[in-house]
Design a protein around this ligand. Structure first.
Ligand SMILES: O=C(O)CCC(=O)C(=O)O
Ligand SMILES: [Mn+2]
Length: 226
């Protein structure tokens, strides 16, 4: 049995597995778990506030604000580009621990023996987008990238492993999980737009109406053992 077959046999029954290996698990987190996760993210952001990354070379600001949890965090700026580092770029402090509920999702869904090292927190307001890109700053490309979404639904676009070619969309709603794994690990993907008035969570300072938080969990370094 391949690792992928092992993974697929463990997935929740509502999981949709695309031909390319992309796995969408609608409503992986129920309403109570979504609220509990939001509270864990609030604690993490109190220690590691959202910052606005910039594109390498051009210095163009991202429309998404970000922070991280875990031993490593993903950052980007004009001078040094995309990278993982152990400290917040503004406070200089270590990133907070990955919340327990997030680690549980990794253990439930990732089908990977070692723990993730980075949990990127993306915050989208109504106007934010994420351009088409591959997640390829990790040495451990055998590990999946697991994403969890909270708040407004979004239009998530994905294509193939080159920039050219056909793309498809799917809607990611609050509580959904998505796995970029196997042949889908290096798919180009991005967020086209948020869908207004779709958040099932109450408005709050952390997650106002028409905004979205997405967490992506990554194994960065190749494990020696775990
Ligand atoms: O927000 C999302 O659903 C995607 C985020 C993403 O692709 C990333 O952080 O690399
Ligand atoms: Mn990505």
């Amino acid at each position: 049995m391949t690792a992928a077959a092992g993974l697929f046999s463990e997935l929740p029954t509502q999981a949709r597995i695309y031909e390319n290996g992309l796995v969408h698990v609608p409503a992986y987190l129920g309403p109570g778990a979504q609220r509990a996760l939001l509270a864990e993210i609030e604690e993490a952001l109190a220690e590691a506030p959202l910052f606005r990354p910039a594109m390498p070379r051009t210095g163009k600001a991202f429309s998404v604000r970000m922070s991280n949890c875990g031993p490593l965090g993903w950052v980007s700026d004009r001078e040094r580009g995309y990278r993982y580092q152990a400290a917040h770029p503004q406070t200089g402090k270590s990133w907070p621990k990955i919340p327990a509920l997030v680690l549980k999702a990794w253990k439930d869904l990732a089908g990977y023996p070692c723990l993730p090292e980075a949990c990127l927190i993306n915050f989208y307001d109504a106007a934010a987008r994420m351009g088409m890109h591959q997640d390829r700053d990790e040495a451990a490309l055998d590990a999946p990238v697991l994403s969890l979404s909270l708040g407004s639904s979004c239009v998530f676009r994905f294509g193939g492993t080159t920039r050219a070619g056909k793309t498809e969309v799917l809607e990611l709603a609050s509580g959904d999980a998505l796995l970029l794994q196997g042949a889908a690990r290096l798919l180009y993907h991005g967020v086209t737009r948020l869908i207004p008035e779709t958040s099932p969570l109450p408005d709050s300072d952390l997650l106002p109406a028409d905004s979205r938080i997405n967490l992506t969990l990554r194994r960065v370094t190749r494990p020696v053992s775990c």
